[in-house]
Design a binder for this molecule. Structure first.
Ligand SMILES: Nc1ncnc2c1ncn2[C@@H]1O[C@H](COP(=O)(O)OP(=O)(O)O)[C@@H](O)[C@H]1O
Ligand SMILES: [Mg+2]
Length: 304
């Protein structure tokens, strides 16, 4: 009997070893009630969503406003639990209260508005806030704060007031604050939406570096399609469902579905489509402007 139990545990461990997130058929409803607690509206925000994310992957989630992206993100961080279905983070069921601290430490969230995420009057204190609350001892805390600020390129601002920083710099500080908690996964919920193009680029670069160099799993929720081009997998959401998923080349080939979801394809994909319609023979997997110009040059040389 004991032998059998041990076997079950071993299988379980192998099952989640390489898996960061496994959401199975999750459904979530927001229920609005009037002052007498009568239900006045039920909004199905998630409707049978499956999501598999392996450790170290860079995932993008795109979808029109109201498609359920933030609701999904909150499920991964155990801020919400599914009405139906299950979410496991590193094999831990988000419905099990005893897992919540561990899950929140493993999955850090960055939200849209940089100003709502700053809690202290000095940058380094802000970064220290999370890990300090986790009970990280002071020497280790110092080390983590310095390292995190260096990683996002904000170390020289450690004594500054966050008020003096740009939106992009505030988001980098927020990312450092999450990093100081040593997460394995970071979710950015439209964290670049309020930034200017420079700030957006800085934040995206920082996140890509974390993924590449620290093997941190990244879930990037965004409206800017250009940001998704280097993802391992893109998930496209519509009305609480994932309607399309795959590598960027696979997903952007189905530009008609993307447009039905109220989204745009990346610029290079759009231009390549137009050129193909005019008879230029271009490969199917063009995603960036560099790839496009190279392909156009090759196609042109072949034609002449
Ligand atoms: N706190 C809430 N109460 C009621 N409805 C909500 C709440 N948050 C989101 N919703 C609704 O759930 C649906 C999905 O919202 P959300 O997950 O925020 O989508 P997205 O992040 O893609 O814009 C929308 O119809 C939205 O109006
Ligand atoms: Mg949202």
């Amino acid at each position: 009997m004991e032998h059998e139990v041990r076997n079950v545990t071993a299988t379980y461990n192998v099952w989640w070893y390489n898996i960061m997130i496994k959401a199975l058929n999750i459904t979530f409803e927001y229920i609005r009630r009037d002052e007498n607690e009568n239900v006045i509206e039920i909004i199905t925000a998630l409707d049978g969503v499956d999501l598999n994310v392996k450790k170290g992957q860079f995932i993008s989630v795109v979808g029109h406003n109201g498609s359920g992206k933030s609701t999904l993100a909150k499920h991964i961080n155990a801020l919400l639990v599914p009405g139906e279905g299950t979410v496991h983070v590193k094999g831990m069921d988000t419905k099990d209260e005893s897992n919540i601290l561990d899950i929140r430490q493993s999955v850090g969230m960055i939200f849209q508005n940089p100003d709502n995420q700053i809690v202290a009057g000095v940058v380094e204190e802000d970064v220290a806030f999370g890990p300090e609350n986790m009970g990280v001892p002071s020497k280790e805390l110092r080390k983590r704060v310095d390292e995190s600020l260096k990683t996002v390129g904000m170390y020289e601002y450690k004594d500054s007031s966050p008020d003096r920083l740009s939106g992009g710099q505030k988001q980098l500080v927020a990312i450092a604050g999450v990093l100081a908690m040593k997460p394995e996964c970071i979710i950015l919920d439209e964290a670049t939406a309020m930034l200017d193009p420079g700030g957006r680029k800085d934040v995206l670069e920082a996140v890509k570096k974390l993924n590449r160099e620290e093997n941190i799993t990244v879930i990037l929720i965004t409206h800017h399609m250009e940001e998704t081009i280097d993802s391992d997998i893109i998930f496209v959401m519509k009305n609480g469902r994932i309607v399309l998923s795959g590598t960027p080349a696979e997903v952007y080939k189905k530009s008609d579905i993307i447009r039905e979801c109220g989204l745009e394809v990346p610029q290079a994909v759009h231009i390549a489509e137009g050129l193909r319609k005019r008879g230029l023979r271009l490969p199917e997997d063009i995603l960036t402007m560099d790839e496009l110009s190279e392909a156009v040059r090759t196609a042109y040389n072949k034609q002449t």
